[in-house]
Design a binder for this molecule. Sequence first.
Ligand code: DX5
Ligand code: ZN
Length: 222
Amino acid sequence: MNGPHSCLLAPSILAGDHADLRSSLGQIEASGLSWVHLDIMDGHFVPNLTFGPQTVAALRPGSALFFDVHLMLDNPQHYIEPFAEAGADQITIHVEPDYPVAETLADIRARNCRCGVVLNPDTPAEAARPFLDEVDIVLLMTVQPGFGGQSFRHDVLPKIEQLARWRKEDNLNYRLEVDGGVDLETAPLCTSRGVDTLVAGTAFFKAADRTEFIRKTTGSVK
Ligand code: DX5
Ligand code: ZN
């Protein structure tokens, strides 16, 4: 099921060189891609820690990439302003923790950032439904969040189909993104069901031929 957007790849910098994230950004730019995925973890919502707004702000100058900031936080509403000011172009927030999701999406939009909701693998599609007409993107986790290099959860595929169906039936325009275990084998399983935004960490940074990886996963050369 094709959607309204052309397919793109957003490498996750979590799989980059943490001693030199700028050079990892440079590799993404050199491959001709236009998005980078930035994973923010708090050690509570997920059992891992990554980096904060200061690192995003340090990477912003000199990079024309679209900063797709994925907040894996128990209380994302408290961090929208710092990440927006750090230069995020888009901020996605999970629906699972107990906080005001709709108000937080409105706060993101009020700061001229694109906004989106994220669902963990075991969270039903219905949890996204109240927000579908006010988001730019829906991110479906295809691994339990917290680490790169995990195996793709095939049980999420029906949920992709459901979100693609609602988008078509309700004439909505959100991008449909997947994140976790995306590689040359699993990417087509997603794009053939309506996904147009692929996050890949390990598979992108380990790819022997990145141009070929981009072409095979997105069906285009950029
Ligand atoms: C996991 C993160 C993902 C992860 C993807 O919680 O949200 O973005 O970095 O990495 P790979 O592609 O290696 O599964
Ligand atoms: Zn992510």
